[in-house]
Design a protein around this ligand. Structure first.
Ligand code: 0O2
Length: 263
């Protein structure tokens, strides 16, 4: 539908509609508009490709953690990972972050300065699993550590605890390899429970008695940390109380496990 002021087609909402509107622009006889349309089309295609690249980087890192979990299960009959969630940062969050940091809006700047577009969260039962998984990941030849923030050793003022790593991984495409940053957050179930609740609170517009809620959350965070420590101590006590199996026992145990499917 033509715009009544300029006689140009209106660029409508969805990306397909937008693409077809730009195609219509191409049929117009104004080289200036055509140049702008071309620039816009390049941006759109580049951005779509970028989202694909970040999605693939998440897949690559996810597989690495799944491999570690499977290995741990077969060797020690225990899964260090409870569950994994992944997210591609929303367009709105990317724009807000760039605005907050005063980064000019270009695709190149987004790629260079926003390192948490691809995000993966690893939820463990015990605190020692967090560090073991992080070390195992960082030992891998193709993983480069860019930033490490240990909010477990040094919790944030509000009580937030989690281990954050920004790593760079290669993603192999048909004819090119891209190095892509991925934000990895590793924490316990209890830390995750706390962070979800606190996150919900942050996004509520009006909260009655906010100061009091912040103080209670802070208290909960400390109790959760104590609980995590206690659970780890109990697990270690149970493990140390187990009879040390003989070499024959271990072999028989492994033979029995041959039947179990590897997941
Ligand atoms: P979203 O929606 O998860 O993407 P940076 O701006 O990245 O250089 P920042 O934000 O200080 O510096 O990085 P940090 O501290 O590593 O935090 C990154 C992410 O950790 C946040 O992403 C949150 O997901 C999470 N996080 C950090 N602090 C808190 C907290 O106090 N409470 C909760 N619930 N989560 C937290 P984004 O970009 O804020 O949001």
């Amino acid at each position: 539908m033509p715009d009544t002021h300029t006689n140009l087609p209106i660029i409508s909402e969805g990306p397909e509609d937008m693409a077809s509107s730009i195609m219509q622009l191409a049929s117009l006889d104004d080289p200036r508009i055509w140049q702008e349309a071309l620039r816009m089309m390049e941006l759109m295609v580049g951005y779509k490709e970028d989202r694909m690249v970040y999605t693939c980087a998440i897949k690559a890192i996810r597989t690495k953690f799944e491999v570690l979990d499977t290995e741990f299960n077969v060797r020690y009959q225990r899964n260090p990972i409870n569950f994994i969630t992944t997210r591609l940062k929303s367009n709105q969050s990317i724009v807000l972050k760039m605005a907050r940091k005063g980064i000019p809006f270009t695709i190149e700047n987004m790629e260079k300065h926003v390192e948490d577009i691809a995000g993966i969260r690893i939820i463990c039962s015990y605190v020692d699993d967090i560090y073991q998984l992080a070390d195992s990941l960082l030992r891998q030849d193709d993983v480069t550590l860019l930033t490490r923030k240990d909010y477990i050793k040094e919790p944030k003022k509000n009580g937030y605890r989690s281990l954050h790593l920004i790593v760079s991984v290669p993603v192999f495409f048909a004819d090119v390899t891209r190095q892509v940053p991925v934000e990895v957050q590793i924490r316990t179930i209890a830390m995750d429970f706390w962070a979800s609740l606190e996150h919900q609170m942050k996004y509520k517009q009006e909260i009655a008695d906010e100061e009091h809620i912040i103080a209670r959350l802070r208290e909960c965070a400390d109790r959760i940390a104590a609980l995590d420590e206690e659970m780890l101590a109990i697990r270690k006590q149970i493990e140390s109380g187990k009879n040390v199996p003989s070499q024959e026992d271990l072999l028989l145990q492994k033979l029995r496990q041959l039947e179990t499917p590897i997941e």
